[in-house]
Design a protein. Structure first.
Length: 228
């Protein structure tokens, strides 16, 4: 299933980028396939489970017309950490984001600031066996973190607050865990879940109790979420 733009309303980019870098130290990164990932000069590691590739410490202004970091069609082990990514935009053909994965597995996205992007801070499509943890994804014009058509993923301990639609969107995904996130003070929903199965949403901070009410036919388990 292609990863394409959905039909929620688009809201204009606004606000100041307080607390994040105001100038880039690296151009936008686009990697398609294990060979391009292996050839990328700004990484360390070897792509194995014991010594994963590491992309870290970049400040990237996406220029309003692309994703800041886009990785697709890889299964090598990869960590993306301590990057500040902002000013990504949208395209008719695909969803863009501060950090974007498509058809990947074995990726750990941790400790990044993916705020002030048009539409989405962190977006995973058709990606499996990956972790999104300890990131800040705030002040995006739609979603902080969006997981679509994936399985066996973990989204934990992120700050996905103050986004213009929802903090976290879980769409058509399965066997994933959403836990310990701050998804408060988003305009519409803290966490939205639809068309998935066997996911667990627990221990998150939400703006209000109705922020995370999935269709019970999807067999999503929700326990001990806290309305603040």
């Amino acid at each position: 299933m292609p990863c394409s733009l959905q039909h929620e309303p688009l809201l204009g980019y606004g606000g100041t980028r307080a607390g994040i870098g105001i100038s880039a130290n690296h151009a936008s990164i686009t990697i398609d396939g294990n060979a391009q990932l292996a050839a990328f000069p700004g990484k360390t590691g070897s792509g194995t489970a014991g010594v994963p590739y590491v992309i870290k410490d970049f400040i990237i202004d996406a220029g309003g017309n692309r994703s800041a970091i886009s990785i697709s069609n890889t299964d090598a082990y990869l960590i993306i950490s301590n990057c500040t990514v902002f000013n990504s935009s949208i395209a008719i053909e695909e969803e863009l984001a501060g950090i974007r994965l498509e058809s990947c597995r074995n990726v750990n996205i941790s400790g990044n600031n993916a705020s002030y992007n048009f539409r989405c801070g962190i977006y995973l499509c058709d990606s499996n066996d990956s972790i999104v943890s300890g990131n800040t994804a705030s002040f995006n014009t739609a979603y902080g973190i969006w997981l679509e058509d994936g399985s066996n993923n973990t989204i934990s301990d992120n700050n996905a607050s103050q986004n213009r639609i929802a903090g976290i969107l879980l769409l058509s995904s399965s066997n994933s865990t959403i836990s310990g996130n701050n998804a408060s003070h988003n305009t519409w929903n803290g966490i939205s879940s639809a068309l998935g199965s066997n996911n667990t949403i627990s221990g998150n901070n939400l703006r209000k109790g109705v922020d995370a009410q999935p269709d019970q036919r999807n067999k999503t388990v929700m326990v001990l979420n806290r309305a603040i």
